[in-house]
Each structure stands twice: as C-alpha cells, then as structure tokens.
Design a binder for this molecule. Structure first.
Ligand code: SF4
Ligand code: SF4
Length: 56
C-alpha cells in the first residue's frame, strides 16, 4: 500500500516537509509520492488543504 496524490493538488508544497521518509516531491502540475518509499503514515493527508493525498 501507498498513498497517491490526486488531481485536486494545488502544488502548495505543505506535504513535502511533513513526510517522514521524504517520499513526496514536486511533479509536473502536482506533487507526487514515490510508492517505493511511502510507509502509509497519512501525515500528508493531514496537512493538505484540499485532501489530495489518498490511500490507494
Ligand atoms: Fe509520506 Fe506518510 Fe504521505 Fe506516505 S502517507 S507519502 S510516508 S507522509
Ligand atoms: Fe498538493 Fe496537498 Fe501536497 Fe499541497 S499539501 S502539494 S495541495 S498534495
């Protein structure tokens, strides 16, 4: 399992610093999560203003 960032992302960057395993980075038009690193902690969902990070 891993989280992914859906198309609601407004690229605010808030989630990037909250990820304990640095799985989040800026992508093309939205932020992206590297599923090989994500440990499913949900911290990104907790800080996102639009609820874009979701469990797969
Ligand atoms: Fe990082 Fe946790 Fe979000 Fe996975 S669920 S991308 S580990 S903050
Ligand atoms: Fe996108 Fe939400 Fe992360 Fe901001 S906190 S970059 S809106 S996923």
């Amino acid at each position: 399992m891993a989280y992914f960032i859906n198309d609601e992302c407004i690229s605010c960057g808030a989630c990037e610093a909250e990820c304990p395993v640095s799985a989040i980075s800026a992508g093309d038009g939205k932020y992206v999560i590297d599923d090989s690193l994500c440990i499913d902690c949900g911290a990104c969902n907790g800080v996102c203003p639009v609820g874009a990070p979701q469990p797969k």
